[in-house]
Design a protein around this ligand. Sequence first.
Ligand code: AHR
Length: 528
Amino acid sequence: MKPIAKKFRTVLLAATFAAGLSVPALAKDASVEVAIDTATTGPVIDKHIFGQFAEHLGTGIYGGVWVGKDSPIPNVRGIRTDVVTALKALKVPNVRWPGGCFADEYHWRDGIGPADKRRVQINTNWGGVPESNAFGTHEFMDFAEQIGSEAYISVNIGSGTAAEASAWIEYMTAEKDTTLAKERAANGHPAPWKVPILGLGNENWGCGGAMSADHYVEEMKRFANFTRNFNPAQREGAARMKRIAVGWDSDKLDYTEEVMKAWSTHVYSWDIEGVSLHKYTVGGGWPPVRPATGFGNDEYALMIADTLTMDTLLKKQKAIMDKYDPAKKLLIAVDEWGAWLAPTPGSNPGFLQQQNSMRDGVIAALNLNIFARHADRVKIANIAQMINVLQAMILTDGSKMVLTPTYHVFKMYVPFQDAQFAPVKFAAGEYTVGDRKLPRVDAMAAKDKGGQVWVSLVNVDPDAGTSVTIPGFRSASGEVLTAPKVDSVNTFAAPSVVAPKAISGKAAGGGVTIALPPRSVTVVKVSK
Ligand code: AHR
C-alpha cells in the first residue's frame, strides 16, 4: 500500500502543476474555476486517438462482429447490423486488427478465399479455442467500411516473414496489374484498399517472440524496409502509410530507446512514422484480479491512481523520443490501453470478458484527456478492446447487445476529433480515501473546425458533487454521464443505468457555472 500512496501524491502534484497553480487543495465543496485559453493555438487532437482495437480473442470478433451470412442475427455480409449501427455513431477513426498477440501468429493467406477451404487453427494465446479464419482480410475491410473507419493492420514479425508481410500489403493496396491484385479481385474486391496505419509486430518482448530490444530492432528494420505500400496514392504526404514500431510496455522503456536510436541513424531504405506504448490499468499485480463490479471507493481510487500514471509514462516516452527526434517527426501510438480486470465469473478466462462500470467511463475520460494534453506526440491510440473484450464499447450475447459507459464517453467525445487543443488552467483540488489523495476534477478543452469551443469536465470524486465556473463564457450545454454508484453497469436487462443526460450551465458573474454530479463525465459546448 505504501508505494501506491506515494504514486497518488505524485499524481496530485502533476495535476496541480499542469493547472499552473501553487495551492493543491480545495475545500470539498469549493467551486472550481476552469480558465480556457482560446487565444493560444494548441496542437490538433488527432481523431486517431479515438481508435479501437479488435483482436481475434474470445468473442471480440466471432459473435461480437462476425455472425456469418446465414445467422438469424441481422447482418450485412456476415457482420452484425446492430453493432455496426452503434459503432457508426462513434465515428471510429481506425480499428487495429488482427491483434495483439494474435497478430504474431496470424498468416493472412489463411483468411482469404472460399470460407470452407480456410485453415482452422487453434488460438493458442486466447483460450485454446478453434479459429476458423472465417473473418479474414476481406471481412475486416468490409467491417471497417461499414462503420466508416480505417484499417490499422498489424503484421506478423514474431512467426512470419518479411516476404509474407510485404505480400499482404501488396494484396491489400496494389492497383490492378500485379498477380496479388488480380487474386484480390478474383476474391471479390477489385479496388485496392487503404492501409493508412501498419503495426510492425506487437509486444515482441513477450507474446510476439520474446525478443530482446536489440533483436527486435534488427527485425523491425528489415520489415520496415520491405513493407512498402504498393499504392502510389498511399505513399506521400498526409496519405502516407504510417508504420508503427513497438515501444515498451508500461514503465519499461528499453524498446523505445533502441528503436529511436536506430531511427536516428537510419538509412534511406527503411523508415517508421511512430512508436507504440501499451499501458493497461490493472490496479497492481499480474494477472489482473481487480473486480469489475461489486467494489467500493477504495478499489475505485486504486484504479484511478493507476490510470493517471499514463501521463507519467507518456512523459518518459516523450523524453526519450525528444532526445533522438527533437523535431517531433515520429508519433506515439498508445495502441493498447484500458482497464484490465478479473474475468467475468463463469467465463473462459482466456476470453478476457469483463463488465464495464461508471468507473470505466471515468477511466476512459481521464485517459482521453491525457492523450489530448500530449497531442503534440500522441496521434494514435486504441482502446482495448472494441467488443466483449477488456474495456469494451459494446457487450453482446447471442442476439443481445448493450452499450457500456465507455461507449457513451467515446460518443460524447466525438466533437474533440481533430479539434484544436486549448490549454486550460484549473486547480484540480483533491479528495481523500484513507491515506490516498486523488485529484478531484479534471478538465480539457478544444476548439473544433467551426470555431466552437468544447470542454470535458470530469468529477472524479465518487461521493461529492462540485460546480465548475468557466470565466468569459455565458452558456454551456451538452451531456453528462453519471450513475447511482461507481460500480453501476448496464446489462441486457437494464441497458440504461449509465446513460448520458442533457446538462446546461447558468450564466453567473463573469462566466458560466455548471453543476457536476459526483463520479461523472461531462462534455459541453460553451459560448460567449
Ligand atoms: O489486449 C489483450 C492483449 O494484451 C494483447 O493481445 C496483447 O498485445 C496485450 O498483452
